[in-house]
Design a binder for this molecule. Structure first.
Ligand code: URA
Length: 221
């Protein structure tokens, strides 16, 4: 069966190379952590797969895919939205201005970047940093699901509404999701404002600080 799916995928890739637009149909997901059997089982293989991924149209405009980085397993996992310009060029998550603020936010609760695993919902930069489309989020979902299963975090900090709504399969605005811990197969998920949003809206830093304190308290349990 897997061989058949692989064959079908490569045929679709061939059609796409001929200029035929392939519009994938994604099933309704019940659990964010459901896995696609075609997604590699080790982080090393997953990284190779993500780098050559063509599951959605973002592969056409990316410089490179940004898989994520950090120790695995790790107690803490951070999930952002998608790579921006600097991340697309460097191949690493959160290396731009938002990443600098993120480092300060982490330091405020005694965490260092090197000790946590950090990734994004979508692994390729959307053109002009636009919000990722539903199809792009869904195409990348099995990668993040595998990463969560491999990293086995004690808690996940969801940065921004795309991360929070994707992980929690929710349509609620971030303002209603943040401020409390949710659960993903027993893993607490704390949604908070994206650091890029905080750079534009410093008044929201107070609420983000409450979220960070909540996140820290979950790690100390
Ligand atoms: N914003 C994100 O959501 N992720 C990054 O890696 C960089 C900026």
């Amino acid at each position: 069966m897997l061989d058949f799916i692989r064959l079908l995928r490569s045929y679709l890739g061939y059609l796409e190379a001929l200029g035929v637009e392939v519009v994938p149909a994604y099933p309704e997901i019940k659990n964010f952590l459901d896995l696609d059997p075609l997604v590699p089982e080790t982080l090393e293989d997953l990284e190779k797969e993500v780098k050559r991924c063509r599951r959605c149209a973002l592969h056409r405009t990316r410089t490179q895919a940004v898989t994520g980085e950090g120790p695995c397993p790790a107690e803490v996992m951070l999930v952002g939205e998608a790579p921006g310009r600097e991340e697309d060029l460097e191949g690493r998550p959160f290396v731009g201005a938002a990443g600098k603020l993120l480092d300060k936010m982490l330091a405020a609760i005694g965490l260092k970047r090197e000790e946590l695993y950090i990734t994004n919902v979508v692994k390729c930069r959307p053109p002009g940093n636009r919000t990722p489309e539903r199809e792009e989020i869904e195409a990348c979902r099995p990668y993040l699901a595998r990463q969560v299963r491999l990293v086995k975090p004690r808690a996940i900090l969801a940065l921004g509404s795309v991360a929070a709504r994707s992980l929690l399969l929710s349509d609620e605005p971030l303002s209603r999701l943040r401020g409390r811990a949710h659960e993903l197969e027993g893993i607490p998920v704390v949604p908070t404002y994206h650091p890029a949003y905080l750079l534009r809206n410093p008044a929201a830093k107070r609420a983000a600080w409450e979220d960070l304190k909540l996140f820290k308290s979950l790690l100390e349990r």
